[in-house]
Design a protein around this ligand. Structure first.
Ligand code: BJ8
Length: 422
């Protein structure tokens, strides 16, 4: 970190001792997993810096934003429309949910057999380890899986900051109307919170900012189709994870600079690994930061991850919002329909997801797909069986959590799968 942020963390009520321990573990893991990689693009230096300051400089930026009367809005799901938050000059942040932290505390409120992502966001808050949660003026949840729905009730008792958007379970006409109403209600909620009106002008700007961010992530994804691949799966994952924390305009610029460099690598036929590596697409549950386990195992087993069919991945950037609208109401409709293209396993039926996996595998020239479900995540676990039966390419199902206990066992299974692909 560039400086000592103890005072800032103290003012946020963080548990300083435990927080120090968390940062040490995070920094050691980052050194071992990330900084030990060879041939990393120069452009990753920016993202290394962001990680080193994830609880420092970025929190200070949020603090400054709040001093300037901007509101900080925390989220846990790609269904929450970032465009509306930016349109009221709010700051959008994904909250800490990717590490086995505060589970003991969390298990006093939710059952042991709850998915790691839910236990982590409860645990980070209860253990006083998430400066982002402390910075928020509002935390927006969504009625996706049952676990989240019920956990948000408890999270509201703890934080008193929750607002929950109702996400339909299906995508019929009546569901579209329900969702459009929810997006309109969210607009009003944000306008009341910030005492700012969403105008055509600020909505258009916000839609454009988020579209540009998604375009940059798409550009990065396309570059991973080359062989040799110009960037590791671990690095690309990190960029996707940071997309939920960083200032969106600065982030887009840095991703585009990275892509410029990767394009040069492609022209020179240079890669981060030698040509001909086994190429894997991962599909399934999200990878909240610092969940790097699966990518690390695959890339240390002689293969490369070329894509993530995930909310921290293609589900977040695949579709853009149509920028052609001439009233705020029309803009809200465009935003609502864009979000309803997200193929979360919480929907039924969700057959477009299978097509999206097939298309992505083809576009990225992947040799096989590893389906990753967080343990106790019923929607993704159930869907993985169905996909397994419907695809005609090498497919492997994995259920895991944030702990390192199954590291060896996973590595053995993945190595066996990779052998079948050679
Ligand atoms: S749109 S995937 S970000 S809900 S892993 S908490 S589903 S039991 S995170 Fe998700 Fe939005 Fe869907 Fe994406 Fe529940 Fe599963 Fe846990 Fe999950």
């Amino acid at each position: 970190m560039t400086k000592d942020y103890t005072q800032l963390w103290e003012s946020l009520g963080l548990n300083l001792g435990k927080h120090e321990g968390l940062l040490t573990v995070l920094s050691d893991a980052y050194k071992n997993i990330y900084l030990s990689q060879k041939n990393r693009p120069e452009g990753m230096k920016y993202f290394d810096f962001v990680i080193s300051e994830v609880h420092g400089l970025r929190i200070e930026e949020l603090y400054e934003a709040k001093k300037n009367k901007r509101k900080v809005i925390g989220t846990f799901c790609v269904y929450v429309p970032e465009e509306l938050i930016l349109a009221v000059d709010g700051v959008f942040v994904g909250l800490c949910a990717g590490a086995e932290v505060g589970f003991e505390e969390a298990e006093e409120y939710v059952p042991r057999n709850t998915c790691a992502l839910i236990k982590a966001f409860m645990g980070f808050k209860l253990a006083g380890l998430c400066p982002y949660a402390e910075m928020t003026d509002l935390i927006v949840g969504e009625t996706t899986c049952d676990g989240k729905k019920k956990a948000y009730e408890i999270f509201n008792d703890i934080t008193k900051k929750m607002y929950v958007m109702e996400i339909p379970n299906m995508k019929n006409e009546s569901d579209r109307i329900l969702w459009l109403n929810e997006v309109e209600k969210f607009k009003i909620k944000l306008e009341n919170l910030t005492v700012k009106k969403i105008t055509l002008d600020n909505l258009k700007k916000a839609v454009n900012i988020v579209n540009e961010k998604r375009k940059a992530l798409k550009r990065l994804s396309k570059l991973r189709a080359y062989d040799p691949v110009p960037i590791s799966g671990l690095d690309a994952l990190l960029v996707n994870q940071i997309s939920f924390y960083d200032d969106p305009i600065r982030f887009t610029q840095k991703v585009n600079e990275l892509c410029d460099e990767l394009e040069e690598r492609v022209k020179r036929g240079e890669g981060v690994f030698p040509k001909g590596k086994t190429r894997i697409l991962i599909a399934g549950s999200p990878f909240a930061i610092p969940n790097w386990k699966l990518h690390a195992i695959i890339e240390n087993s002689g293969a490369v991850v070329v894509g993530e069919e995930s909310c921290v991945g293609s589900r977040n950037y695949r579709e853009l919002t149509d920028e052609k609208f001439s009233t705020v109401e029309e803009g809200i409709q465009k935003i609502a329909s864009r979000y309803l293209t997200i193929d979360c396993a919480c929907f039924t039926p969700n057959s477009e997801r299978i097509d999206n996996i097939k298309n992505l595998k083809k576009a990225l020239n992947a040799d096989g797909v590893i389906h990753y479900s967080l343990q106790f995540c019923t929607p993704y676990m159930m869907e993985s069986f169905k996909i397994d039966k419907l695809v005609d390419f090498p497919f492997m199902r994995i259920e895991t959590d944030y702990s390192m206990e199954d590291f060896g066992q996973l590595k053995t299974r993945i190595e066996a799968f990779l052998e079948t692909l050679q």
